[in-house]
Design a protein around this ligand. Structure first.
Ligand code: F6P
Length: 536
């Protein structure tokens, strides 16, 4: 069977289910609620409320086999250059391998480099926290501001928020990403230069937003303390160590990252330095351990029991066979407020592509729009559309058995957490099974009171959000993204689609500086720039 007949088999399974509802899939199979529940690490993942059955799942697993998911997985873990458009290996999994493992790229064992870097990071965090490393005026560093964007921001910013209950060092981490000066200004309003260090996080060390913020931060430090030498207030994470040193960061304060780590897969690298500054080296190691546990599961579990593979396949099912153009992710944990934004980059920058690995147009629709907000907040905002809108939008619900809100009275925290989870279970149920209009409503409200149901969701639960569980969750979605990329046939590890806007922004800036020079900018852009220049 070739790839297209594998797609056709899944299509046949979808046709067979055309008239099915999630409700009658449950009545046909009394074991469904437990038989579609899978576990990996601490995570329990329930697919029973997807509009899918055993036959469709088998056809999807066959599709994954035909798409060479297992071969690509082997190649990824062993350092083959599967990022074919850039000729690079894809080794975020090496960031969490134990020191005894080895993956050789060029002549280097990258796992040794990873552990050497982790050791240096831990040592630096210890020196900052203990007051051995002090600022220019001899004060201990209390605030660390990460300056980075995209993959050099979203991972650590998301994880910092997720793990704030595990902050132990007394160093507060802040995140500035946008070139909008208000982003930096809002953080700087709450810190003082004597006690503040910046981490310039940029793989390329050329990103306009990051360079602009770093430059402004340096001036703020110099004028705020009235000193020229602010070297002790700067750290950098980059694959261009020379560029960081040239910017003014001491070589000993620069942590390397490597070409074989994609920005959106880099949370486990030194990009997590600001996170480590706050949660300490042990909790950071626990997060890596969680990632590694999911990596091992992904590497060794059979496809039909492999949770990242199943999450990917259910996504393919919804996208390509049930026609869903979007995917909501709703964490019922306020700590995971930035998790949807993190996933937006992970999934949409990886798989939002129309060309396949061979440079031809992709045969099937690729990444859906990924979006979401924490529950219960979303319930009072966009859930109306999820329940009664004209599109059925699949949802990933994420929840925990216990809260990390330890600063509250324990009983109140438990009671509120129970309410939170009751809402999550209720929403998934309402989406799946709906409810007809009751007969005692006024006639004019008839259809308005109907909940059609049959709206798919996956539920991911665990006991408590801690560094290890967060690591498993991140790795779960990383591997989901990888598997979907394999099946759609796209290279998930480049991002050419961000380039044109960068070039044009440079052209617009040049035009703003001198409008009398000849420009290739289009007419409508020139009109708007003129408005801007007249009003700014
Ligand atoms: O412009 C997109 C992008 O290249 C992302 O892929 C990346 O995570 C982000 O910019 C930041 O890049 P850098 O770490 O090189 O500053």
């Amino acid at each position: 069977m070739g790839m297209s007949s594998a797609w056709n088999s899944v299509g046949a399974a979808a046709n067979a289910l055309e008239k099915a509802t999630i409700g009658n899939l449950f009545s046909q199979n009394p074991a469904r609620a437990t038989s579609m529940m899978f576990s990996a690490g601490e995570l329990l993942v329930d697919f029973s409320r997807q509009k899918i059955d055993e036959q469709a799942l088998q056809a999807l697993v066959a599709l994954a086999k035909h798409a060479d998911v297992e071969k690509m997985r082997e190649e990824m873990f062993s350092g083959v250059a599967i990022n074919n458009t850039e000729g690079r290996p894809v080794l975020h999994v090496a960031l969490r391998m134990p020191a005894r493992e080895s993956v050789v790229v060029g002549a280097e064992n990258v796992v040794s480099e990873v552990h050497a870097t982790l050791g240096r990071m831990a040592n630096t965090v210890e020196r900052i926290a203990s007051g051995t490393h002090v600022g220019s005026t001899g004060k201990a560093i209390k605030h660390v501001v990460n300056i980075g964007i995209g993959g050099s921001d979203l991972g650590p910013a998301m994880a910092m928020r997720a793990l704030s209950a595990f902050a132990v060092t007394g160093i507060q981490a802040h995140f500035v990403s946008n070139v909008d000066p208000t982003d930096l200004a809002q953080v700087l309003a709450h810190v003082n230069p004597h006690e503040t260090a910046f981490v310039v996080a940029s793989k390329t060390f050329t990103t306009q937003e990051t360079m602009a913020n770093a430059q402004t931060a340096m001036q703020w430090l110099q004028s705020g303390m009235n000193v020229a030498d602010v070297q002790n207030h700067f750290f950098a994470v980059t694959a261009r160590v020379d560029a960081a040193v040239q910017f003014g960061v001491l070589a000993e304060n620069v942590f390397p990252m490597w070409d074989w780590v994609g920005g959106r897969f880099s949370l486990g690298s030194a990009i997590g330095f600001s996170l480590m500054c706050s949660i300490g080296a042990q909790h950071f190691t626990d997060m890596l351990l969680g990632m590694r546990e999911m990596d091992e599961h992904f590497y060794s579990a059979e496809l039909q029991e492999n949770v990242p593979v199943l999450l990917a396949l259910v996504g393919i099912w919804n996208r390509n066979f049930l026609g869903s153009a979007s995917q909501a992710v709703i964490p019922y944990l306020q700590e995971l407020a930035r998790f949807p934004a993190y996933l937006q980059q992970l999934e949409m920058e990886s798989n939002g592509k129309r060309a396949n690995r061979d440079g031809e147009l992709a045969q099937h629709a690729t990444s859906p729009v990924v979006w979401g907000e924490p529950g219960t907040n979303g319930q009072h905002a966009f859930f109306q559309l999820l329940h009664q809108g004209t599109d059925a939008i699949p949802v990933d619900f994420i929840g925990a058995a216990r809260t990390t809100a330890t600063a509250l009275n324990a009983q109140s925290a438990r009671d509120q957490h129970r309410k939170l989870m009751a809402n999550m279970f209720a929403q998934a149920s309402a989406l799946a099974f709906g409810s007809p209009a009751s007969t005692d409503v006024p006639a004019a409200q008839g259809e308005h009171r109907v909940f059609p149901g049959n709206r798919p969701s996956t539920t991911i639960v665990f006991n408590e959000l801690n560094p290890r569980v967060l690591g498993q969750l991140v790795s779960l979605y990383e591997h989901k993204t990888f598997v979907q990329g394999c099946i759609w046939g796209v290279n998930s590890f480049d991002q050419w689609g961000v380039e044109l806007g960068k070039v044009l922004a440079g052209d617009v800036l040049a035009h703003m500086a001198n409008t009398s020079l000849e420009t290739t900018l289009d007419h409508s852009t020139r009109v708007l720039v003129e408005w801007f220049l007249n009003n700014s």
